[in-house]
Design a protein around this ligand. Structure first.
Ligand code: KIV
Ligand code: ZN
Length: 418
């Protein structure tokens, strides 16, 4: 990441710019069953560049030789190439490329080998901070951990100059100790201080209070960026991320489709669309191109094999579909009755009215008209009755089934609505 917290792409001056740190290729790839090979990681990294993320966390080089190679390839072929040169990309400077390292010399050296070819390389150091982790995982005291932080952040800074520090399990850590370890990391050169809710334990109010405390601590050092990294174990990752932003975070760590360890990470698409949809509330901007959200989601789904539930916000198949008669009637009269987002911003032509057993006469009439049928009231009443019994049997009724239903009532309109 560059020193400038604004992305190279155009942003207005009215709102503050925040950084989008995408960890689909590191935390996301830790989803059970989501392993990606280096070719697949490269394809996703190119798409993330087109999407407009500021930082791509490309992997964890110490985890395997393959991951090291994938991070190197991404650094060379995405992180060192202007976005204009990536087919479909816009803007100039490439995204920063980050690699994760545990707090030891070997991991840090490997992370540096991974990212050094990038124009803006970043080493991301993670060090356990909660007493549970210190006692059962690391077997170290607070004083020992402070010393490890001092040495390893200094080590990474000497190599890279751009270091992110994550005290793992921050939300279950002793708050005083957390501030001490962050102070040392910042003093040794870490410019980004990430506050991971590693096990998705915090509530939005708690996470907001914690972020506020950390932000206040670094108020006099505006070069230090506070970052949020939230997991979804209680389904709160997006809410916690937004609470983090409301309390001083200037970087969000997210994944496409919310993939990640266990229940996953905060979803890029949800946070971005919340910021866009509630723009006047948050007054924050990113460089994300919303038109690239659905292609990114589809690519990640395809390559990881992790299915997206139909009711998933923004990227699920039903995210912009309406079935009930009351809602369809409202949508037909005025879209904003039941829609909060402009679907065109996501590259969709329109939301879908799904015809099923909850649909009403008005929606059926509109759909039939779009298909070229003009029915008088009696014909519509009869067709509606037949449609309802078909919907009871099949749950939803397709255009093909509607054609069959109307076969004996053929009366094409002069000008079909669509
Ligand atoms: O969830 C977590 O604690 C992490 C860190 C490595 C940032 O993914
Ligand atoms: Zn994580």
């Amino acid at each position: 990441m560059t020193k400038d917290t604004h992305s190279p792409r155009t942003r207005s001056t009215t709102y503050k710019g925040i950084r989008v740190f995408d960890t689909t290729l590191r935390d996301g790839e830790q989803s059970p069953g989501a392993t990606l090979n280096s070719r697949e990681k490269l394809l996703i990294a190119r798409q993330l560049s087109r999407l407009g993320v500021d930082v791509i966390e490309a992997g964890f080089p110490a985890s395997s030789l393959d991951d090291l190679k994938a991070v190197q390839q991404i650094s060379q072929q995405v992180g060192a190439v202007d976005r204009n040169a990536v087919p479909g990309g816009h803007g100039s400077a490439p995204p920063a490329i980050a690699a994760m390292a545990r707090a030891n010399r070997q991991d840090i050296d490997l992370a540096w080998q991974g990212v050094q070819a990038a124009k803006s390389p970043c080493i991301h150091i993670v060090l356990p901070a909660s007493d549970i982790h210190l006692k059962h995982k690391l077997g170290k005291s607070h004083a020992e951990v402070l010393e490890i932080a001092r040495q390893t952040v200094g080590m990474a800074y000497a190599l890279c100059g751009n270091v992110e520090f994550s005290p793992e399990d921050a939300t279950r850590s002793d708050p005083g100790f957390l501030l001490d370890v962050l102070e040392i990391a910042a003093e040794m050169g870490a410019e980004t201080l990430n506050i991971p809710d590693t096990v998705g334990y915090a509530t939005p109010a708690e996470y907001g209070v914690l972020i506020k405390k950390v932000s206040d601590q670094f108020l006099a050092r505006p070069e230090v960026v506070i970052s949020c990294h939230c997991h979804d174990d209680l389904g709160l990752a997006t809410a916690n991320t937004l609470a983090g932003l409301e309390n001083g975070c200037r970087q969000i760590e997210v994944t496409i489709n919310g993939i990640g360890e266990r229940a996953g990470n905060a979803c890029l698409e949800e946070v971005i669309m919340a910021l866009r949809t509630r723009k006047s509330l948050f007054q924050l901007e990113t460089a994300i191109d919303p038109l690239e959200i659905l292609p990114s989601s589809a690519l990640v789904r395809e390559l990881t094999g992790l299915v997206v539930p139909p009711n998933k916000a923004i990227v699920g198949a039903n995210a912009f579909s309406h079935e009930s008669g009351i809602h369809q009637d409202g949508i037909l009269k005025h879209r904003q009755t039941y829609e909060i987002m402009d679907v065109a911003a996501l590259g969709l032509r329109e939301s879908r009215l799904v015809l099923g057993k909850h649909s009403g006469r008005n929606a059926l009439r509109a759909r039939l008209r779009a298909l070229g049928y003009s029915l008088n009231d009696a014909e519509l009443a009869e067709t509606f009755a037949r449609f309802k019994s078909l919907a009871d049997k099949h749950k939803t009724v397709s255009d093909l089934q509607l054609h069959a239903l109307c076969a004996d009532l053929v009366r094409p309109c002069e000008e079909p609505a669509q």
